[in-house]
Design a protein around this ligand. Structure first.
Ligand code: FNR
Length: 183
């Protein structure tokens, strides 16, 4: 039986390179992982006043969906050396109500993509800080800071460079092992 993995993409824009990267990663992954892209762009900013018996419908949809998965793959750009607010908000929404977090114990992988050479290192490690607190084992190796994403894909969204494809496949093989150990 395959492990169910939620893919959370930090960019909301239609032509997002990180979304292309996320799709490429899922194609290059072992069959033991079964991916679902979970929407985070419709989640209102977390506000404790709204977290009543009838929270926003999208929060409930997100929390319910996330409770069914065995692990999480984060694929995100870096915004101002940190994660976009979309990702942080999703973490916050999923972490509440207190004592009913959707995250605890779920293995995670963090892949950051950037047009620059640093590959979103700052975002990658800011996100890891939250994952530690949320008790999600974040895969350590291989690290995945993907630079040059504007040149990475062909018109069909395939990764052009064979070495890059190989590396992304290595990342996903390691994640499959990681999920097998921790899920
Ligand atoms: C960026 N970008 C960016 N890139 C980076 O490598 N480090 C950074 O700190 C930032 N900061 C930043 C802030 C904001 C508000 C925006 C909109 C953009 C550039 C970013 O990497 C670029 O727009 C990517 O194309 C975003 O990824 P998607 O949308 O193509 O997936």
């Amino acid at each position: 039986m395959a492990y169910k993995i939620a893919v959370l993409v930090g960019s909301l824009r239609r032509e997002s390179h990180n979304r292309k990267l996320a799709h490429a990663l899922t194609r290059l992954a072992p069959d033991s992982l079964d991916f679902t892209f979970v929407e985070i762009g419709d989640l209102p900013f977390y506000n404790e006043d709204l977290d009543t018996d009838t929270p926003p419908e999208s929060w409930t949809r997100f929390r319910t969906e996330m409770k069914t998965v065995d692990g999480v793959l984060f694929v995100t750009p870096e915004y101002n050396r940190s994660v976009p607010a979309t990702i942080k908000n999703a973490l916050d929404v999923g972490s509440r109500p207190y004592g009913d977090s959707v995250w605890g114990g779920k293995p995670a992988a963090v892949v950051t993509g950037s047009p620059g050479g640093v590959g979103g290192f700052g975002a990658n490690h800011h996100l890891r800080q939250s994952l530690v607190f949320l008790d999600m084992p974040p895969m350590q190796q291989p690290e995945a800071y993907i630079g040059g994403i504007y040149e990475m894909f062909d018109a069909e969204g395939e990764v052009k460079n064979a070495d890059t494809r190989k590396f992304l496949g290595t990342v996903m093989a390691a994640f499959a092992d990681w999920v097998g150990k921790h899920a």
